[in-house]
Design a protein around this ligand. Structure first.
Ligand SMILES: Cc1cc2nc3c(=O)[nH]c(=O)nc-3n(C[C@H](O)[C@H](O)[C@H](O)COP(=O)(O)O)c2cc1C
Length: 144
């Protein structure tokens, strides 16, 4: 899926990338099942046709690989692939995950980002909280 939020840093002395995934994303089910993820970063700008599919449609409804014309690339260390079209690749193993407590989020942000009258299937802001997944970066490279 497309992500807009994320953070690169160091946690417990390890290089890490943190992603924030809402409860009902297909991606969340995959993350929980595998404990691994890749972050695929475009190097020549985003590709609108990929965003349209991967950011607006769910893996619960379609197979995004053919739909978005993605070329999957075998990983080096983990078991989930990268994407040739977005070649700067971080392979991550989940170190820790924690669901956000909406009560602790400032009210103005909560109202804007977690509108309780919006269904969980909506791709943008909806009532679902995010789970933060801190992934240890175990490999980083550019797919050529
Ligand atoms: C620009 C953009 C940024 C997004 N960022 C996030 C994000 O950080 N976290 C999230 O849960 N969903 C985010 N989304 C929404 C998901 O990409 C979208 O709901 C996607 O269809 C989920 O697919 P899935 O159900 O196959 O996981 C973003 C969408 C777009 C277009």
């Amino acid at each position: 899926m497309v992500i807009g939020w994320g953070g690169l840093g160091t946690v417990w002395g390890k290089p890490a990338f943190t992603v924030y995934v809402r409860e009902h994303r297909y991606t969340k089910a995959q993350l929980d099942a595998t404990g691994e993820f890749t972050v695929s970063i475009p190097m020549e700008g985003v590709i609108p046709s990929i965003v349209k599919i991967c950011g607006w449609q769910s893996g619960y409804d379609i197979d995004k690989e053919p739909a978005a014309h993605l070329t999957l690339e075998a990983p080096e260390v983990i078991h989930v692939p990268g994407i040739k079209e977005y070649p700067l690749t971080l392979e991550c193993k989940v170190l820790y995950s924690q669901k956000q407590d909406l009560e602790k989020i400032p009210e103005d942000i909560r109202a804007k980002m977690y509108p309780q009258d919006v269904d969980v299937t909506y791709c943008m802001a909806n009532r679902d909280a995010h789970t933060a997944y801190i992934g240890e970066i175990v490999a980083a490279y550019i797919i050529r």
